[in-house]
Design a protein around this ligand. Structure first.
Ligand code: DGJ
Length: 558
């Protein structure tokens, strides 16, 4: 039998071996194709395989990273049209006896992701999982003397490891370094794994901070000067500097410093981008006897919640991204969260969100705020979050639309050329401003001449417009029409100019090259590009200008 495939495979495996050998050298850290986060003029993009990469992700359920469940995972991911899977690595499984590592579940995930042409984000369920220590190995759980727990103010022993303990830190660090070493061994040549989540929703459930004698001693000391300088705060003890919030801020500093050490050690082994996900502080409207949500009760105290971002940024510089998990149908709150985490020093990344009908609008809104990734939680067919092994169309339609052009979209966002708009109740028409041109977006159908558009029943309209050239745009959306108007700088004379469509191509980017499948005209373009609720199309539109009035005609307007 002719052996050309065999020869190719051999070449690939020689290359992989060479790369693996080379990657044992420190220079590997600088390899061009290492996944990374790039920043340009305050905007961000993930770079994967040397190209911008928009992570269309899905996180599988907590107990789904097993050989017995993974067959029910992959079909759901394909049905959602993701390009990346987020999956947990369990410390208890990976280091069942101290110093004895078993990476079988990591290998299963990496191999499965490769077979399904997906990238992988590994979630390190180590010291923290949802503000508790449920994933630490038995040899840690059963030895609280060596691996101390947090105590609440009354001395109650919590199922949270103390962040103020060196032996806890060293044990986690040792395991995490072993994990990163293994990932480097098996993946440095292929980069299936593109990012690591360090811990999961850290902080403590059950107490505002650790009240063990060791922690109390630290708390009685001075706020480290690097922190007070970074916060432009006075120097002094925690209580003096932070007043009523001192316990919570101390917990944040302790947790962030601990995770920073774990992350630094892991990156020294293999420097993938690393992030921490956040159990947010949610607005609570019906609290008994209190006027605000309480740290350690409504959310794990010390995580990178909205009020702790500045402390985390200062104490955990090794963490690339602080990433909010979003579980709420409060749209105004979603906007606040996006604003809080979309910062000059923090790329917006939503690593977990619910599977509700808001998914589409929230995805578009994040994209318009420069998101590098977006990922619903609980995507698998284990009958936990999704029943009948079926992804609803209101979820899959979004990623199906963006998956083929995810690299182009990430590039346009990095270049500041992309905007989105989502429908808000009572605002069926909105404008996106580009230099010299507005995109006018009208939600809901039918749209009648001279009338405001009807909007949609559930305010689910959404659109994306990206500028490819002065009068050229890439446009898509759901339940929205998009038309274009010339605009003037404020105070300038009205221009005797108007725009009209030269050509509207429906198509897709295929390996970076645009391919037209048909030209839109007639009902599809009259009164704007019309994208219905079941839209599967992206349109590249070219406009041109022509005079608004013929100057030679003396009309009553003159
Ligand atoms: C947030 C956590 O990070 C996930 O691991 C999972 O427990 C979800 N909550 C469940 O809603």
């Amino acid at each position: 039998m002719h052996d050309s495939n065999g020869a190719t495979l051999k070449r690939i495996s020689v290359r992989a071996t060479l790369l693996a050998i080379l990657c044992t050298l420190p220079a590997c850290a600088l390899a061009d194709d290492m996944p990374r986060i790039e920043k340009k003029d305050g905007r961000f993009a993930m770079i994967v395989e040397g190209k911008p990469f928009l992570m269309l992700g899905a996180q599988i359920n907590n107990s789904s990273s097993w050989a017995s469940t993974l067959p029910n995972v992959w079909p759901a991911l394909i049905d959602l049209h993701v390009n990346t899977v987020e999956a947990p690595v369990y410390w208890e499984l990976m280091e069942p006896q101290q110093g004895k590592f078993d990476f079988a579940n990591v290998d299963l995930l990496v191999n499965g992701a490769r077979e399904h042409h997906l990238h992988l984000v590994l979630l390190w369920f180590g010291t923290w999982k949802n503000g508790q220590a449920h994933y630490v190995p038995e040899w840690i759980k059963t030895d609280p003397k060596k691996y101390p727990r947090e105590l609440n103010p009354y001395g109650k022993v919590l199922d949270v490891l103390s962040p103020n303990s060196t032996s806890n830190l060293e044990a986690d660090k040792h395991a995490f370094v072993a994990l990163m070493h293994h990932i480097k061994d098996i993946d440095a040549a292929q980069h299936t794994v593109i990012m690591i989540q360090v811990e999961n929703e850290s902080g403590s459930v059950g107490s505002v901070r650790d009240f063990s004698p060791a922690a109390n001693k630290e708390f009685a000391g001075q706020v480290p000067s690097a922190l007070s300088t970074a916060l432009h705060a006075a120097s002094g003890t925690w209580s003096r500097v932070f007043g009523a919030d001192a316990d919570e801020r101390f917990a944040a500093y302790s947790t962030a410093s601990y995770i920073n050490e774990v992350t630094k050690a892991g990156k020294a082994e293999y420097p993938l981008p690393m992030y921490c996900n956040v159990w947010l502080t949610y607005p609570v409207h019906a609290l008994e006897n209190r006027d605000h949500p309480s740290p350690g009760q409504e959310y794990p105290s010390g995580g990178a919640q909205q009020g702790n971002i500045a402390i985390w940024k200062s104490a955990a510089p090794a963490i690339d991204v602080l990433a909010p998990d979003f579980y709420s149908d409060d749209k105004a709150f979603y906007r606040q969260v996006v604003t809080a985490y979309h910062r000059e020093d923090n790329a917006l990344f939503i690593p977990e969100t619910g599977l509700s009908k808001d998914f589409g609008s929230n995805f578009f809104y994040a994209l318009g705020n420069g998101a590098i990734g977006f990922s619903p939680f609980g995507v698998d067919y284990t009958n936990w979050t999704i029943s009948d092994a079926k992804i609803p169309a209101y979820l899959s339609a979004n990623f199906a639309l963006f998956q083929p052009m995810s690299s182009e979209i990430a590039q346009l966002n990095l270049d500041g050329k992309l905007q989105t708009v989502v429908e808000q109740k009572g605002m069926p028409r909105q404008r996106l401003h580009f230099p010299g041109v507005d995109a006018v977006v009208s939600f809901g159908f039918p749209q009648r001449d001279g009338e405001m558009p009807p909007g949609t029943a559930d305010s689910s309209g959404r659109a994306m417009v990206a500028q490819l050239g002065p009068l050229e745009f890439l446009v898509t959306g759901f339940d929205a029409s998009v038309s274009f108007e010339l605009t003037n700088p404020p105070g300038a004379q009205p221009r005797n100019e108007q725009v009209e469509i030269l050509r509207a191509d429906e198509g897709q980017f295929v390996n970076g090259t645009w391919q037209t499948s048909r030209i839109w005209n007639g009902d599809q373009t009259d009164r704007g590009l019309n994208f219905r609720s079941g839209n599967t199309n992206v349109v590249r539109i070219r406009l041109h200008t022509l005079p608004l009035y013929d100057e030679s005609v003396k009309s009553p307007r003159l």
